[in-house]
Design a protein around this ligand. Structure first.
Ligand code: F6R
Length: 367
């Protein structure tokens, strides 16, 4: 049942190339120039009337939503708010009929997410669910459903569900953009072509997993570490930090790289590992200057960089891992893979039950 892997988590990490393909299948026009989300009941007039989008989810699904915000805002120029579902209802969110609420849930049964969906509907919003389970409560109650075709996810730590949620956001963002005309066809085609390369790029990362095992073995000797990044790299940092905490039980914190100097630098002392994500070329220099700040205080910096940037980055960091280069917006779908593998190996190095971490349930049906 684990298909030759020691744990479901590792099996599911390896299923990601297929999960990406399955989630894209049938949703891209044959000429590769447009997205076709025929399952959505939204008319073009409805889409043109959307004034605001709220993305609501828990845990890892929330982290996918953080990437989703950037994707939708940059492709469709519609303002997006993100909320953790357990907070959403209690902040009296401003929900109107021209608000689209997107709930994201692997299981489709998370109580907080379901309660948020109901609150949104009560207030007249249309709800789109991104979920992995056909026929789940969230799928049944939402107005529109985008299924992520990750297949069953057994390990408590979510991997392929998260990455296919990213794929769903890319597809939906492009769908909005082509309907609103915020991006031209050539651009949409360029993004789609790059998306089709993602499975192959993920394979290339998986082929290098032994390198990541060594890095994880070293990180697992520490009790505290930091993840830093800017833009979508910050969103991926938050997911990397959660993954590490939940299965290795190593405390870590994800920080927007530019925010470190507003207090957190006090915690950087000799030998503290800092995992830095630098996939966004535009922000490269800025993040590099934050890396210098932590290095000056004795941090050990492990960086995830784009292939091609290794030589330059090697001058400023202690260790690095290069990922195949894609468009900046798509980088999370590749950059998270080494972080998943590091969490897995760190959990293993600490002798933990990788698939069933303490105190956690796969589906949280209490609020
Ligand atoms: C993390 C993890 C949890 C879930 C969260 C939401 O690896 O598995 O944080 O992501 O409980 O679950 P779903 O997506 O089923 O609503």
């Amino acid at each position: 049942e684990k298909a030759g892997f020691d744990h479901f988590m590792m099996k599911e990490i390896h299923e990601q190339p297929k999960a990406y393909r399955d989630t894209m299948m049938g949703r891209i026009a044959e000429d590769g120039k447009s997205v076709q989300l025929t399952e959505l009941g939204m008319t073009a007039d409805y889409i043109k009337a959307i004034r605001k989008i709220q993305i609501v989810a828990c845990g890892t699904a929330y982290h996918a939503g953080l990437v989703g915000k950037t994707v939708i805002e940059s492709l469709a120029r519609i303002p997006v708010e993100t909320d953790v579902a357990s907070e959403y209802r209690y902040r009296s969110p401003i929900i109107t009929e021209d608000t689209l609420v997107i709930v994201v849930s692997q299981s489709g049964e998370t109580a907080d997410t379901l309660a948020a969906l109901r609150e949104a509907k009560r207030n007249g919003a249309r709800v789109l669910a991104i979920t992995n389970v056909v026929g789940s409560s969230v799928a049944r109650e939402a107005d529109d459903v985008l299924i992520t075709s990750a297949g069953p996810e057994i390990a408590v730590a979510s991997t392929k569900a998260y990455t296919t949620q990213l794929i769903a956001f890319y597809l939906f963002g492009l769908h909005l953009a082509q309907t609103l005309g915020t991006k031209d066809q050539a651009y949409v085609a360029e993004v789609l072509a790059a998306m089709k390369n993602l499975p192959e790029q993920v394979e290339q990362v998986l082929e290098q997993k032994t390198v990541l095992r060594q890095i994880a073995d070293n990180l697992s000797k520490h009790n505290n570490l930091f993840f830093i990044g800017r833009g979508v790299d910050y969103a991926v940092s938050q997911e990397g930090s959660l993954k590490l905490k939940e299965i290795s039980y190593i405390h870590s914190e994800a920080y927007a790289a530019g925010e470190l100097k507003h207090g957190t630098l006090a915690l950087i002392e000799d030998g503290i590992p800092v995992v830095a994500l630098i996939t966004q070329e535009e922000l490269y220099e800025k993040t590099l200057s934050n890396i210098k700040e932590v290095k000056a205080r004795g941090a050990f910096v492990f960086a995830v960089v784009n292939a091609g940037a290794e030589v330059e980055a090697a001058k400023s960091v202690d260790e690095l891992f290069a990922i195949p280069k894609t468009l900046p917006l798509l980088a999370p779908a590749v950059a998270v893979i080494p972080l998943q593998l590091i969490s897995y190996y760190a959990s293993l190095a600490r002798g933990n039950d990788v698939d069933k971490p303490r105190n956690l349930a796969k589906s949280v049906t209490v609020e």
